[in-house]
Write a protein that binds this ligand. Structure first.
Ligand SMILES: Nc1nc2c(ncn2[C@@H]2O[C@H](COP(=O)(O)OP(=O)(O)OP(=O)(O)O)[C@@H](O)[C@H]2O)c(=O)[nH]1
Ligand SMILES: C=C(OP(=O)(O)O)C(=O)O
Length: 211
């Protein structure tokens, strides 16, 4: 199957606020953009992915992610993450009505294309499926097969909420990089150990994360 991925990104001035203690206000926006660039690059390198729609109102991020090959859609209707994902899904399906669609967070700097391919191949067996984040509380990927509404419920306790909504939690073997979202300095340390993409490696160079 060839998937369309919908990747939401907050304006960089507000993104990744929980990284401020580790990165300071100086580095935080650059790290948020670097995570998104590595996520989009890895997503487009997956053999299961046809195209990527980034939903963002950030002009600089939109320009740089478009240069990597993403389509960029505005953050309509401006009512938060789940509304942005529903809009992105509508945009994706207007172009490719029969495409399977998956929402993927923009904060997966260690994402490996082969692991994303594995997750999407597993997801193809279900109408709606998801991958919980590394912390085991949230969600990093939510899929919808052709003709199925995505019905995203990202936010607090989204693993439990996606399960309660009927989405199937995928088998988790061999997809650590799909699960490793980065919200805090501690998460960034784990992602760096897994191996991040070049944009994050450059942005994180010289960053001292206390133990
Ligand atoms: N387009 C869009 N993306 C969003 C919005 N809120 C969150 N996101 C994105 O959704 C994913 C998960 O977001 P969060 O963890 O809530 O926010 P974050 O900016 O990554 O981190 P915090 O500021 O620390 O909460 C990231 O890719 C965000 O950029 C929104 O209102 N619109
Ligand atoms: C919005 C979510 O992500 P985060 O863990 O980055 O808050 C979520 O897990 O549903």
């Amino acid at each position: 199957m060839h998937w369309t991925l919908v990747i939401p990104l907050k304006p960089l001035a507000r993104a990744k606020s929980r990284l401020t203690p580790a990165a300071g206000e100086g580095l935080r926006p650059a790290l948020a953009l670097a995570f998104a660039k590595d996520t989009v690059t890895a997503a487009l390198a997956s053999t299961a992915v046809r195209d990527v729609v980034v939903v963002t109102d950030d002009v600089r991020a939109g320009r740089e992610l478009a240069a990597l090959g993403a389509r960029v859609a505005p953050d309509t209707p401006g009512k938060g993450l789940n509304a942005a994902l529903e809009h992105g899904t509508t945009v994706a399906r207007a172009a490719r009505p029969e495409a399977p669609v998956a929402a993927l967070n923009a904060d997966l700097p260690a994402l490996r294309p082969a692991e994303l391919t594995r997750a999407l191949d597993r997801a193809a067996a279900f109408p709606r499926a998801f991958v919980p984040d590394a912390a085991g509380i949230g969600t990093t990927l939510l899929s919808g097969s052709p003709g199925t509404e995505l019905r995203p419920i990202f936010g607090p306790d989204s693993r439990a909420r996606h399960t309660a909504s009927g989405a199937v939690e995928l088998a988790l073997a061999d997809m650590d990089s799909v699960r490793q979202d980065v919200d805090t300095g501690g998460d960034l340390r784990v992602a760096l150990a897994l191996g991040v993409g070049p944009h994050t490696a450059a942005a994180a160079a010289g960053l001292l994360i206390p133990d």
